[in-house]
Ligand binder design. Sequence first.
Ligand code: CP
Length: 318
Amino acid sequence: MLDGYAVLIIEESGRMHLLNFKELSGQDITQLVDTALAVKSCPQKYAKSLEGKTATLVFQKTSTRTRVSFEVAMAQMGGHGLFLDWRTTNFMMADLSDEIRYLSRNVDCIMARLLFNADLNKMAAASSVPVINGCDDKYHPSQVLADLVTIKEKKGALLGSRLVYVGVHNNVTNSLIEACTKTGVKIVTVCPIFNEVSRDEELLDEARKSGLWESSLDLKGAVLDTDFVYTDTWVDMEFFTDPSFCKEKEKRVKLMLPYQVNADLLKGTNTHIMHDMPIHRGYEITGDVVEGASSVIYEQAENRLYSAKAILLELIKT
Ligand code: CP
């Protein structure tokens, strides 16, 4: 264990992974946020922390921020981030467990962005090194850790902060609900559409018990009394340019347009604007709001780097 870090992440059969926030307490999540902030304020202190270590980054889907943040995080801490594209490696054709059993003999950590949560769990079961979920159909914990870092930076504390998420209920929504309710952030979700593949009733039941999660369709009312308004794409990345999803995309745009984050919605409010990117201007958010004084979107995206560092520091033991 590194000095000053607690063991925070899921422990399964002696291995530690970050697949979602289920096994983490609010204190564990807050500690990760604080580590990210410490790394951000003094990066040189960690410049050799992962010397000689390799994290492999497996992508079955497209990415900019997740890939860049983990790759740069490894480089800036003296280690190596090894990118593996699903389509140009034998992940394409081989048994997933076989490939992972091989990989974990050569690398110190596996970060994976996969289509299906079930495959992420399969990876974790086969791996003898830590596995990090870089976004699947159910969860996106590394994104949400950066979101909490941003909230803490802007408000000074997680406890008592208020966030409204508006959009399709998806993987990010699940991780936001889970992390916010565990760390004392009040979250209201305004989600006229639910991505059924993302549904996790157990997570929602736990959130309900916390008393910190509310679901509403009154967007105007919700944004009047909040510190952060957060939105996300209405169509998951794997479907965005898929012709077979075209009809569903049109249907979603029609249904979701009244829930767009725009100047009219934000009139009379005093709230920070968040978005996990990539942004689709004119759909979930307008360009003027993205560029406006209330937007913390680019700081939020930059915080992916420090959050990635915090996760890697915790999971890759030196
Ligand atoms: N928010 C996010 O995960 O960005 P990328 O899809 O670019 O990695």
